[in-house]
Design a protein around this ligand. Structure first.
Ligand code: HEM
Length: 407
């Protein structure tokens, strides 16, 4: 990072280059870590896009920006704002890039599927599935790649079933996921993958409009027929939900297992008191830096003061939730793991109107998977030294490539 601690006011604020270098394990990116302490509202330039944007890292400031409707997502559409990836991940028309009233309308359409009641019902079925997969892994004997045999397949089937993506198509969707979420995918390749995946979901929705089933794609197809959303909106929603359901949960729960296995003294507390699990999952969500670089920016619709800095109308702003989760003003020993921690709620699922739509689902899946592993594998351990685990690099979400374990 280039850094000039005492810029002269006539030169304007310094712009920090954030290269988003590959990281291993749960290593925290040094750039936002330092900015959080030294310049919590800073100008940054990322590897792609044009110009610079603000980066907001402190807990209170991140909450302020993400809850303030004067920071718009719709205004990011069509602007080459500095970014981590060469292509924009979230399609225009998608829930992530909409403002009210469109955003409110789109979130209402999916709220019942991801709401507390539906997720509670899903928990039992997910638990039975998790036990079956765990038994299969046990039967095959050690060592096993838990990401491949347990976490990946479980998170994929859960989201595929909720949405109504046939299990036979999951391999194809997985290939699109890899292409779309890679930093190495060029803008042209990204567009081509997006076209393919859009065509797939448009066909699936057409099929479900004629043959409705008990799944979200059928509900969205019915809503489209009633004028509740457009075809591009339906496709964006399906893509966003599928990719998050497949990728975010697989990566973060695999990382949770890695963190538990490399912190035996903490895991012993959890084994001794299984009622600690929900709190432990939240602490793991706070502790794990789940992504490389920043996601979607916002654009100020008027001048707004954040942390003593005036962000001008039209300027782009990124928040970095993982930094907010390590804010020393909010958490004691913020870089340490404490599964019994009971401090401020973390921001791993974001905050405000764009708060993660799948948070209840992701939490439930994490709890079920960790409970199943702790109960079914009393001697669970990494099968290789921690520094031999291969980590996904050059992709948006961080996580282990493989998670070899033994028991
Ligand atoms: C542990 C796993 C997950 C984590 C850490 C996570 C985190 C996040 C974060 C940080 C945001 C962005 C907030 C913002 O734009 O400011 C988000 C948005 C979103 N997530 Fe998740 N997510 C996870 C799993 C899921 C799952 C399983 C689904 C659904 C299947 C999902 C669906 C969404 C959707 C639709 C949005 C966009 C919401 C909006 O813009 O209104 N996520 N998530």
């Amino acid at each position: 990072m280039t850094r000039h601690p005492h810029p002269s006011p006539s030169q304007g604020p310094v712009v920090h280059d954030w290269a988003v270098a590959p990281l291993r394990g749960t290593d925290f990116d040094p750039v936002p870590h330092r900015l959080l302490r030294e310049e919590p509202v800073a100008r940054i330039r990322l590897p792609y896009g044009e110009g610079h944007a603000w980066l907001v890292t402190r807990y209170e400031d991140v909450k302020q920006v993400s809850a303030d409707p004067r920071f718009s997502r719709a205004l990011t559409v069509g602007r080459p704002i500095t970014s981590t990836t060469p292509h924009t991940l979230a399609p225009a028309g998608g829930v992530g890039r909409a403002d009210p009233p469109d955003h409110t309308r789109l979130r209402r359409l999916i709220a019942p599927t991801f709401g507390r009641r539906r997720i509670t019902v899903l928990r039992d079925r997910t638990t039975r599935r998790a036990r079956r997969l765990a038994l299969r892994t046990l039967d095959a004997g050690p060592p096993a790649d838990l990401a491949e045999t347990f976490v990946g397949p479980l998170s994929a089937t859960v989201v595929a079933e909720l949405l109504g993506v046939p299990a036979a198509d999951l391999d194809r969707v997985e290939e699109w996921r890899a292409g779309l979420l890679s930093h190495d995918t060029t803008a042209a390749e990204g567009e081509s993958v997006k076209r393919e995946i859009a065509g797939y979901f448009a066909d699936l929705a057409r099929h479900r409009a004629e043959h409705p089933a008990d799944d979200l794609i059928s509900e969205l197809a019915a809503a489209r027929a009633a004028g509740g959303l457009s075809t591009p909106e339906l496709v964006s929603m399906a893509v966003m939900l599928t990719l998050n359901g497949l990728d975010a949960v697989r990566n973060i729960v695999s990382t949770m297992v890695y963190v538990l296995l490399t912190h035996p003294e903490q895991t012993a507390k959890l084994r001794a008191d299984p009622a600690l699990l929900p709190r432990a999952v939240d602490e793991l969500l706070r502790y794990i830096p789940q992504r490389n670089g920043v996601g979607m920016p916002r654009v100020a619709t008027e001048d707004v003061e954040v942390g003593g800095v005036t962000i001008r109308a039209g300027e782009a702003v990124h928040v970095f939730y993982p930094a907010a989760n390590r804010d020393p003003a909010v958490y004691t020993d913020p870089d340490g793991l404490d599964l019994t921690r009971a401090e401020a709620p973390h921001l791993a699922f974001g905050h405000g109107a764009h708060y993660c739509a799948g948070a209840q689902l992701a939490r439930m899946e994490a709890e079920v998977m960790l409970a199943t592993l702790l109960a079914g594998f009393p001697g669970l351990a990494l099968a290789v030294p921690p520094d031999r685990i291969a980590w996904r690099t050059g992709s948006v979400n961080r996580g282990p490539e493989t998670l070899p374990v033994t028991w």
